[in-house]
Ligand binder design. Structure first.
Ligand SMILES: *Cc1c(COP(=O)(O)O)cnc(C)c1O
Length: 460
């Protein structure tokens, strides 16, 4: 097919200032490829049954515009910040915990340069990355030793591989749970090389069931916090104290997967019945593990704390090399733990702040937002009572009273409105109930209130 005469050549196009400007931003080969693709498409359009009117200059301008747009899309990052207005505090799909400002600053501090990640500054020689965060973890949990890996799933895998491979790990049938995203406790246990020795039943397991299963093949007793579900009614589960006493009698370590990593919120917030890490350590669990980015409110990580000798064995296992974390994770974790150590996490760690925000404070912000949006052409705002949740397997069934801004779309469906909010930059993520869009400010940082108002106000 011959090129319609009005199309400029690629060389001509690249001489134009609009396109050479793009080269500075995107590089010459990307611009060349984009110009070629755009020109090809336009050539096909011009060859169609009704070629659009226009001259060479018009065509060049169309190509310039389309090329700029194409490159903008091609170079846009896939991972972007969003505004979480869902009211789910630890939202796994939205990246779980937002970092404290101090933690984000520490990440930026270490990211671009060299660090003492594995360098002993006192001795001037090779050191161990495991020392980072260990002192702080000891301070906030009471455990003498710690190790940090990629996430809590990795922590469970590594602990069992190091302590129970080729031997038995005893676990209650009531705790063989799936946490979500395909993480199933029995599968991870098998992957570690441990033999899973199930005891008890789904709803009832007694200390005597564990005792009856102990043999010379037993390596650990595993206790798993059933994070995201509850069995109600006719149930029984031994107290940690009783398992610890049993373990001591037979010199078998009790390992507890705590899931959410609650350092602070035990009784503070109604409905958060999550076990405290320090309580498990104090009760005598030999090794505990938990996530860094659930209730703790730090970076994605799996944190292992416990007896010195056992943690040393865990750290020396070859899998540790595959599961270890980088300098940015240590930086964010240390900075987050420092906020706990200083006793001010409730004010500075976003997850803690959101959990503790009173309904009055959320109500004030919600009323201000709704007032500022009244008379909006696309929706009618009002404020109603509702609940926020912890989410992310953070605290099953926990509901925190909140106030919601309810948006009733005018002449359109709630899902249409919700989609339009997702298309904003930054995207605003909401939930729908009773065909209304709900905005929960509990999970929106107060410093983003104004930005959120603008994103809603200018929705057209
Ligand atoms: C969330 C959870 C895990 C998995 O933790 P990740 O950090 O997501 O890998 C494992 N065990 C329990 C009990 C959990 O709640």
């Amino acid at each position: 097919m011959t090129t319609p005469r009005i199309l400029p050549s690629i060389d001509e196009l690249l001489q134009r200032t609009g396109l050479s400007g793009l080269e500075a931003e995107y590089g010459s080969s990307a611009v060349l490829a984009a110009v070629r693709a755009v020109t090809d498409t336009l050539r096909q359009e011009l060859g169609g049954p009704t070629p659009p009117a226009g001259d060479r200059e018009d065509a060049a301008q169309v190509i310039e515009r389309r090329t700029a747009r194409r490159l903008e899309l091609a170079f846009a990052p896939s991972l972007v910040p969003v505004i979480n207005a869902t009211g789910v505090i630890v939202h796994t799909n939205l990246g779980r915990a937002p970092l404290a400002a101090a933690a984000a600053r520490r990440v930026a501090d270490v990211a671009a340069g060299y660090t003492n990640l594995e360098y002993d500054l006192a001795e001037g020689q090779r050191g161990s990355r495991s020392v980072h965060a260990e002192r702080l973890l000891a301070q906030v949990t009471g455990a003498p030793a710690a190790a940090v890996v990629n996430n809590n799933a990795a922590a469970v895998l590594l602990i069992l591989a190091a302590l129970a491979s080729g031997r038995e790990a005893i676990v209650s049938r009531g705790e063989l749970v799936e946490i979500g995203g395909g993480f199933r406790i029995p599968d991870v246990m098998r992957l570690s090389g441990a033999d899973v020795r199930e005891v008890g039943t789904t709803n009832k397991t007694r200390t005597a069931d564990y005792a009856a299963a102990i043999s010379d093949r037993t390596a650990v007793i595993l206790r798993v916090h059933p994070s995201n579900f509850r069995i109600e009614g006719f149930t029984e589960r031994p107290a940690l104290d009783d398992l610890v006493a049993l373990g001591r009698r037979f010199a078998i370590p009790v390992v507890e997967d705590l899931g959410s990593g609650n350092l602070l919120h035990a009784q503070a917030v109604a409905g958060i019945g999550e076990p405290l890490v320090a309580a498990s350590v104090a009760a005598g669990a030999s090794v505990c593990c938990f996530s860094g980015d659930k209730l703790l409110g730090g970076p994605q990580a799996g944190i292992i704390v416990g007896d010195q000798a056992l943690v040393t064995r865990i750290r020396s296992h070859p899998l540790m090399r595959a599961l270890r974390v980088d300098k940015m994770t240590y930086a964010a974790l240390e900075a987050t733990l420092l906020e706990y150590a200083r006793g001010r996490a409730e004010a500075t760690v976003p997850v803690a702040r959101m959990l503790h925000a009173t309904v009055e404070v959320v109500a004030r912000r919600a009323t201000a937002l709704a007032d500022n949006l009244s008379g909006h052409p696309l929706f009618e705002p009002d404020v109603i009572a509702g609940v926020s949740t912890v989410g992310g397997g953070g605290a099953p069934g926990s509901e925190i009273p909140t106030r919601l801004v309810r948006l009733t779309a005018r002449g359109r469906s709630a899902s249409w409105l919700q989609r339009r909010l997702r298309q904003r930059r930054p995207p605003v993520i909401t939930r729908i109930e009773d065909d209304r869009v709900l905005v929960d400010l509990r999970t929106v940082a107060p410093e983003h209130d104004e930005q959120l108002l603008e994103l809603l106000r200018t929705l057209a």
